[in-house]
Design a protein around this ligand. Structure first.
Ligand code: G3H
Ligand code: 13P
Ligand code: ZN
Length: 314
């Protein structure tokens, strides 16, 4: 199946109570593992590429490998620009054949964020590419944020309707308590479902996106630390919360990068601990790739997206 945009995917996800996993790709092993998992689960898939990944892997190599992977499946697959920070980067991604771009202007004022998003939307839509935008800031840990400061940091439900209407974006990343990286929460981990419900109420049916959604499985934190890792505060978003957001609250895209990093690193550390003399990259990247397939399959089950590729096959 040729590459697709998120348009039909998000509608089906919203109506069907599931979310599509968006996994960050940085190299061949990660790509192969993610695509193998999607094949095994018969799941639609979003492969996302950050600015850093474009630079690290050379986008031409990455795109060529993705094209090979896509040609070998009959799954609906999206190539998405993760956290595009400028109009120029989004434009380059469109030119490179991505089917979806994110413009992350969430650090700007509401008016500037709308203006920047609108500019990307106008360019991308003319080329048949969809746009994700972000309203609110992901950085904080909710339990450390004073109540009066929350509206300044997390997505303000009252602004959501104005933002999506005026910017013309196709999906909206919301800040509702999740955070990037392995150390998300120091106290009780939580997604603010009340805020999520209030956002959904203001933009009924509109596709919402959750960043910072790795669950940071304890098994791999322990494995990583056992073999010399240092992740004392690692704490992710509990899987039951991710499942609830995906199945009951209109979240149609869930972003995962840290879990891929953690699993790959834990497996590599384990190989070197057991055999410090190992010098064959296939012997340490191979077990990492196998473990990632298992982890991504599990993640897809949590997102209720397994089997949903059938909805797109004619
Ligand atoms: O949200 C950010 C993603 O984890 C990408 O990270 O910019 O280091 O590739 P990166
Ligand atoms: P994690 O750091 O929780 O994996 O989030 C990744 C992400 O949001 C990429 O945009
Ligand atoms: Zn993100």
């Amino acid at each position: 199946m040729p590459l697709v945009t998120t348009e039909k995917m998000f509608k089906a996800a919203y109506d069907g109570g599931f979310a599509v996993g968006a996994f960050n790709v940085n190299n061949m092993e990660l790509l192969q593992a993610i695509v193998e998992a999607a094949k095994a689960e018969n799941a639609p898939l979003i492969l996302q590429i950050s600015k850093g990944a474009r630079a690290y892997a050379n986008i031409k190599y990455l795109k060529a490998m993705i094209d090979v992977a896509v040609a070998q499946t009959d799954l609906p697959i999206v190539i998405h620009c993760d956290h595009g920070d400028t109009f120029e980067l989004c434009k380059e991604c469109v030119e490179d054949g991505y089917t979806s771009v994110m413009i992350d202007a969430s650090a700007l004022s509401l008016a500037e964020n709308i203006a920047m998003t609108k500019k990307v939307v106008e360019y991308a839509h003319a080329k048949g590419v969809v746009v994700e935008a972000e309203l609110g800031k992901l950085a904080g840990e909710e339990e450390h944020v004073k109540v009066e400061d929350r509206d300044a940091i997390f997505t303000n439900p009252d602004e959501a309707h104005k933002f999506v209407t005026e910017s013309g974006c196709d999906s909206l990343a919301v800040a509702i308590g999740t955070k990037h990286g392995p150390n998300k929460f120091s106290g009780e981990a939580k997604i603010n479902f009340d805020r999520l419900a209030r956002i959904q109420e203001k933009v009924p049916g509109f596709p919402l996106v959750m960043h910072g959604s790795s669950s940071v499985p304890q098994e791999f934190v322990d494995r990583c630390n056992k073999y010399g890792g240092k992740l004392p505060d690692a704490r992710g978003v509990p899987e039951d919360m991710i499942h609830k957001a995906a199945t009951e609250f209109g979240v149609v895209k869930v972003n995962i990068d840290t879990d891929l990093r953690l699993v790959l690193t834990a497996m590599i550390r384990e190989v070197f601990e057991k055999n410090p003399a190992e010098i064959d990259p296939r012997k340490y990247l191979g077990p990492g790739r196998e473990a990632i397939i298992k982890m991504v399959r599990h993640k897809m089950q949590i997102l209720n997206v397994s089997g949903k590729a059938d909805l797109f096959k004619t």
